[in-house]
Design a protein around this ligand. Structure first.
Ligand code: HSE
Length: 316
């Protein structure tokens, strides 16, 4: 297939908000400011090696077969027919909290596959890279879901129709849409927070949920903030997972009272996101959500961002 075209490639892939209330495993969007950088370089070792990881507090494994970026890159390298010497070493810089519900493992996987693809002169399209990036998510969460990796790879608001074969729809992003994210300082393991979910749901709740997904998608196409607000509800996942997030109900009420269109769990949590229509509103909502956590004595960070429509990008 491809051949090595470059000596070194550095790629940034953004953090993401998955599910977006009603769209468990199928909706997501990328944000600005947080994300991972992966540099790929030629190595004497066969296959993929992880040379270093910065910014993870020593928590992430350097073993390729245990590291989401390592697994995704290996999957792509094998498909390219370059599983042998000389291989590629990855240097990973994490600029986002781990276990925060902001797609940390996905950003590493997305950056790694884009870097390796670029390294070989781009034999695959971004869409074709998706299944390789998902291989890292399987390792991280125990199941194949592509909402974080697709949003990180493509940027913008995405709908994952299927990831194998890759079928991702980039939805329109209303220009003024802003996101407030509050990250309480606890860690939630995605694998565990998927295990607590019910395997069966009531038809009545399913009907409400898919009506909301349709409403949200239509709202994005029509630039209709009222419809977006009426659709940002999660009947199925949020009631189960929110018990893992101290102060969730208080934060959500504060966000809605502060003028948010809606508020729910970002990915598998503990971060909580709210959408609104200007930076000023997003900041005000963040202050209100923060006040509710302060009352409970919890530490947290607040991030404000527009939707990042760029996705993963080559820096160097
Ligand atoms: N859709 C996924 C979940 C995102 O909610 O479990 C977290 O990786």
């Amino acid at each position: 297939m491809g051949e090595r075209k470059r000596k070194s490639v550095t790629v940034f892939a953004p953090a993401t908000v998955a599910n977006v209330a009603c769209g468990f495993d199928v909706l997501g969007f990328a944000i600005h400011g947080l994300g991972d950088e992966v540099t790929a370089r030629i190595s004497d070792q066969p296959g993929i090696t992880i040379a270093s990881i910065e910014g993870d507090g020593g928590k992430l494994p350097l073993e390729t077969e245990k590291n989401t970026a390592g697994l995704s890159a290996t999957s792509l390298l094998n498909e390219l027919g370059y599983g042998d010497t000389p291989g590629i070493e990855l240097r990973i810089k994490k600029n986002m909290p781990l276990g925060s519900g902001l797609g940390s493992s996905a950003a590493s996987s997305a950056a790694a596959v884009v870097a390796v693809n670029e390294f070989f002169g781009k034999p695959f399209t971004t869409s074709e890279l998706l299944p390789f990036a998902v291989d890292g998510e399987i390792a991280a969460s125990g199941t194949a879901h592509a909402d974080n990796v697709a949003a990180s790879l493509f940027g913008g608001f995405i709908l994952v129709k299927t990831h194998q074969p890759p079928d991702v729809i980039t939805l329109p992003t209303p220009e003024d849409l802003h996101c407030t994210i509050v990250h309480p300082h606890i860690e939630i393991n995605t694998k565990n927070s998927r295990l607590i979910l019910k395997k069966e749901i009531l038809l009545e709740k399913a009907v409400t949920q898919w009506a909301n997904v349709g409403g949200l998608v239509a709202g994005l196409y029509k630039n209709d903030y009222s419809l977006i607000a009426r659709s940002l509800h999660d009947e199925i996942i949020e009631p189960v997972r929110s018990v893992l997030i101290p102060g969730f109900d208080e934060m959500k009420s504060a966000a809605i009272q502060g003028g948010a269109f809606g508020c729910s769990i970002s990915g598998s949590g503990p971060s909580v996101f709210a959408l609104s229509k200007s930076r000023k509103e997003a900041q005000h909502i963040g202050e209100k959500m923060g006040e509710s956590l302060k009352k409970l004595g919890l530490d947290f960070d607040i991030y404000i961002s527009k939707i990042n429509t760029e996705g993963a990008k080559v820096l160097d």
